[in-house]
Design a protein around this ligand. Sequence first.
Ligand code: PLP
Length: 357
Amino acid sequence: MSYNIKINQVQSSRVSEVDINNIAMGNAFTDHMFVCDYENGAWINPRIEPLTAIPTHPAAMALHYGQAIFEGMKATLGNDNVPLLFRPMENAKRLNFSADRMGMPSFPEDLFVESLKQLVALEKNWIPSEEGAALYLRPFMYADEAFIGMRAATRYKFIVIASPAGPFFSKPIKLYAETKYIRAAIGGTGEAKAAGNYAGAIRPTELAKAKGYDQVLWLDANEFEYIQEVGTMNVFFKIGGKFITPDLSGSILAGITRMSVIDVLRDKGFEVTERPIKISEIIEASQNGTLEEAFGAGTAVGIAMIEEIGYKDMKINFPKANPVSHDVNDTLNAIKTQKTADKFGWIVPAVTTALSK
Ligand SMILES: Cc1ncc(COP(=O)(O)O)c(C=O)c1O
């Protein structure tokens, strides 16, 4: 199917008002946004227009019943300053997985990718060029039907906004393994990128921060024993020379960085196993000297080394010497900026294919 994306460009860009190479993600937004409406069972009127506030009815169902999902990805500059997307089809598929779980309509995957290409091509001057910097893209969908009552909405909006994200040099992080609150249970919404998952995580994260930690390390909902993931990252451990990461058990977000890291690690000759990981196994490896490294992996921060996990009244400390994670991060960044060959076929140039009805 082909779509006609109408473009209404701003008269003059605000990009010169923002130091795009020195701004933290999520603080400033580009000139335009992509918007598409869902009405009468169809996505209609795809358009790029000047970024502005959107009038919201006080009965908009997303505000009451939480039908709201989102994605997160980054655009970078490659050779000859061509804007690039990283595995956008994976985000399209995950958005629709989330939509399905939340009783929302799926969004056409070709239109998802095309909307990103066209928006990024238009906002090319907003893509920071510094090493490790990028233009963060936030596609999201929410129920905007005005109705009070518990059912799936019949009207939705799909929107993409973009925010320049200066270079992110992640310092080693400290995690608090939570034994009171949970993020997700099997059969719940943890596998979806649903806004409500994050709402439930805010208070426990604030409490962890008050204890001196950076993020929560979530454990399973049944026994508080199996490691799940970190706030907005999946997690990897290196024990006795081999990498392990929790398997996608039904309550963990299938991170696109996670799946890319697995491929990069295997390509570098490491063994990587996806399987249930008990926190007791990490404690044991720490005690017997086989625990070598741990890191979080996600779009926003890339790779973040873990230096400590607080669990009950103990602290698990991680060695910091010679981490493989730095090398993996460098490889991913080099692929994203075409400084190395894209042997996995992950890069998609944001060159627009004019679509017509
Ligand atoms: C809960 C959660 N886990 C993991 C991730 C990492 O996913 P990705 O690598 O696709 O950014 C994210 C980030 O979106 C997240 O919010």
